[in-house]
Design a protein around this ligand. Sequence first.
Ligand code: TMP
Length: 224
Amino acid sequence: MGNYKKLTSGLFISFEGPDCSGKSTQVNRLAAKLKDRGYAVLETRDPGGTYIGEKIRHFVKHVGGENAVCDEAELLLFCAGRAQLISKVIQPFLNEGGIVICDRFADSTTAYQGYARGFDLNFINALHEISTCGCWPDITFLLDLEICEASSRNKTRLIQNNESDRIEEESITFHENVRKGYLKIASENPNRIKILNADEDKNILHDLIINYVDDTIRVNSSQV
Ligand code: TMP
């Protein structure tokens, strides 16, 4: 990692939230800011981030009709993609002292496949143990958004992009269950998950995020 600033045990940050909560914008801005400050930063996404993960991303999001994945395959594919992402990309980068910023991670499976699709949460936690190898984010920003607001942002985006998305097109009830699931997960992990109001101005959100990350770097990690 050459002359980049390094942190003793790396820093793993994830962003979560319902579809169209503005995660990707905040991921990009945070990564750019930390790179400007001289840190080694890896920006990645789940599903995705590896050759296999990007193929999985395509299947779970965009293949519909008779070839669409069933719910069971969907759950296992998300976990398989994550295992590959952790072992090939995220863990090696953290081991080098870098900062990983991931657009979604295992909480998405708990919220979408657990709380919304209805898979048993204990079973999902057991899958997380295998797929994450115990590597969890140090900080998770949950961009919380009312579902009616999220779904109107979704429709606009899908129309603009002219692409179908199996999961974004699920019912309002499904997405409400995702949101409730996220809030429950956050209430159970108050030290890791910071809830932000996704309706807030983008610049204010960015400032809140960078201040929180700065504090965490100061408190938890000494630079080497
Ligand atoms: P996104 O990266 O554009 O948000 O798209 C990912 C989609 O996949 C989104 O609808 C949430 C969904 N998803 C799950 O259902 N389970 C998961 O474990 C993950 C990572 C994403």
